[in-house]
Design a protein around this ligand. Structure first.
Ligand code: F3S
Ligand code: F3S
Length: 113
């Protein structure tokens, strides 16, 4: 799967969403997340991200490795206020933005401006 990492937080360019042929990039509140069960590894999203937030899982720089598990967690664990995990909804357009993030993303201190 491809993975969206820390550079997306509070940037949310969303250019990646328009490129994805299977609509598997879901918007939380402060970042977007790729559904690893729906991503077909086409790679179309990776080059369009202006902040280089997207990597194939095996190519993640060390500091972004936690985001492999974290993108999966967005779908595998119930988000705050939900009883069920998102799972594989089969398309982000109807659901985004979810308005919620994983703990890893939510706890990010934010960017200096
Ligand atoms: Fe985020 Fe880059 Fe997509 S900033 S929304 S991963 S284009
Ligand atoms: Fe979509 Fe990127 Fe995967 S464009 S199919 S999320 S590699």
């Amino acid at each position: 799967t491809y993975v969206i990492g820390e550079p997306c937080i509070d940037v949310l360019d969303r250019g990646c969403v328009d490129e994805c042929p299977v609509d598997c990039i879901y918007e939380g509140s402060r970042a977007l997340y790729i559904n690893p069960d729906e991503c077909i590894d086409c790679g179309a999203c990776e080059p369009v991200c202006p902040v280089t937030a997207i990597y194939y899982e095996d190519d993640l720089p060390g500091e972004l490795e936690p985001y492999l598990e974290d993108n999966a967690r967005f779908f595998d664990e119930p988000l705050l206020g939900y009883d069920e995990p998102l799972g594989s909804p089969g398309g982000a357009a109807q659901l985004s933005p979810l308005g919620l993030d994983t703990e890893l993303v939510a706890s990010h201190p934010g960017r200096e401006t």
